[in-house]
Design a protein around this ligand. Structure first.
Ligand code: 4AD
Ligand code: MG
Length: 431
């Protein structure tokens, strides 16, 4: 490559290089001015000295506005005081385009304004840091799965049926075949996949017509569903814990600088890398009532309950063995109490809420059939799913990780809309 990336400048100390990027900021003081350049891989300070460049180059400071695109030539020079430890002593600046007045100046703006300008907001430092953490989380998840014999198995996004209940389905007209629905989770298809490959996962966008206006809900988000044959409830939780701790370590290892940009409490993340806690739904309800919650015996945890539950816990908490009425049809009954299912939600600490939903699956044809009839499900659409219980059924389990929820927790951002490049919510479809 004929130019150098800012992230690699330390390999070029004392050498003349070319950098390509955008003007992040500039400051001047008489015979010297500073150019802050970002190139996507990092940010570096350029020093322009009146005595060392032509007048033409020196005067470019008046022309260069924030976000102007430029090519800079100069000498890389170690300087402990400058932000990345290196700076570039500028020899030449070639301007590709002088940016018009940039709507997002380096000052505070309202969130609606920033979301309307999301295509530009993405360039600011905090958003850049979050997206880099997202990248690490994505790859850490796939790396862990790859090391543990999970095979990628891409599930369809256009489906004739619901995975997670019919209330949050997006409908798409589908030629002469009636309506299709956008997938809420690839799980059901993965259950077919494991009968071929043993352990599989998918990782892609899923859709939920969520009417809720919370800081944790998107209508389009990314989910990693994993599914494994012969894995039962306890083992399922063990895999989830290992995966999440693997991700925490990846972020701590690769994104220190990004976490600092975000003012993330790094110690809090380090503390989360310890054995996770486990409590039954019943225990959680009893505990929450002592904390003042009015949660019912057969209720899902509300957002406030999730906060209360983890208030004094540094590590995530598995809430397991839920009343069957409030969980999906496919979850396996608990042998010790058939009113409960072997499902678990993983609740992140620091109020970040549910990051994983998973369960052991019902593998008995008759029990599953009865449950589907009781729920009045369209059996013909699910015959293939029932078939899996007819031809060599095995105990199996799986779970789904919400990528943005996990990124939100790792980055410590308050609202999920910042954990994805272009958020989709009930109130937002643009840009
Ligand atoms: O708990 P959920 O609904 O579980 C399933 O869909 C299972 N079929 C997964 C499986 O067993 N393979 O969703 C899984 C995770 C949640 O824990 C949460 O992290 C995330 O997906 N999630 C959302 N994230 C953002 N916006 C929403 N509207 C979300 N709904 C769920
Ligand atoms: Mg859930």
């Amino acid at each position: 490559m004929s130019w150098v990336l800012v992230k690699d400048v330390e390999d070029y100390n004392g050498r003349e290089v070319t950098l390509k990027g955008w003007v992040y900021n500039k400051r001047s003081s008489g015979k010297i001015w500073f150019l802050i350049l970002r190139d996507g891989t990092g940010i570096i300070q350029g020093v322009v000295l009146k005595n060392e460049v032509s007048e033409e180059v020196f005067n470019k400071k008046d022309e260069l506005s924030q976000e102007s695109s430029i090519i800079v030539k100069g000498l890389i020079h170690e300087d402990k005081r400058s932000p990345g430890g290196y700076e570039i002593v500028v020899r030449n600046i070639q301007i590709l385009q002088v940016a018009e007045d940039y709507p997002i100046a380096l000052k505070e703006h309202g969130v609606e304004f920033l979301m309307d300008n999301r295509h530009l907001w993405l360039r600011s430092r905090k958003q850049w840091a979050i997206l880099r953490i997202r990248h690490t989380v994505y790859y850490a998840i796939t790396e862990y799965l790859n090391q543990n014999a999970f095979v990628r198995f891409d599930s369809p996004l256009l489906t004739p049926n619901a995975c997670e209940g019919t209330t949050t389905l997006f409908t798409v007209p589908y030629f002469d075949l009636g309506n299709a629905y956008l997938s809420q989770s690839g799980q059901l298809y993965l259950e077919a996949g494991i009968m071929s490959l043993g352990r599989v996962y998918d990782f892609g966008p899923v859709f939920r017509a969520e009417k809720s206006k919370t800081r944790k809900h998107l209508t389009e988000f990314w989910m990693m569903d994993a599914e494994a044959a012969f894995v039962e409830h306890d083992e399922n939780l063990k895999i989830q814990e290992e995966l999440i701790r693997f991700v925490i370590n990846a972020v701590l290892g690769k994104n220190r600088a990004d976490l600092e940009i975000l003012d993330r409490d790094i110690e809090q993340l380090q503390k989360a890398d310890a054995p996770f806690k486990r409590m039954t739904h019943k225990e959680a309800v009893v505990f929450l009532r002592t904390k003042g919650s009015d949660i019912d015996d057969n209720s899902d945890l509300g957002a406030k309950d999730e906060v209360l539950l983890t208030e004094n816990s540094d590590v995530p908490i598995f809430v397991e063995k839920w009343p069957k009425e409030i969980k999906a049809f496919y979850m396996k009954r608990d042998k010790e109490n058939p009113d409960l299912v072997l499902g678990a939600d993983l609740i992140a600490p620091e109020g970040f809420g549910e990051i994983i939903g998973g369960s052991q699956r019902e593998d008995d044809y008759d029990l599953l059939y009865k449950r589907m009839v009781a729920e009045d499900m369209p059996l013909d659409e699910y015959q293939w799913f029932l078939d899996l219980r007819k031809y060599g059924s095995v105990p199996h389990s799986g779970f789904g990780v919400g990528l943005e929820r996990l990124v939100q927790w790792m980055s410590g951002v308050v609202h999920i809309r910042e954990a994805i490049p272009f958020a989709r919510t009930i109130y937002r479809l643009r840009p």
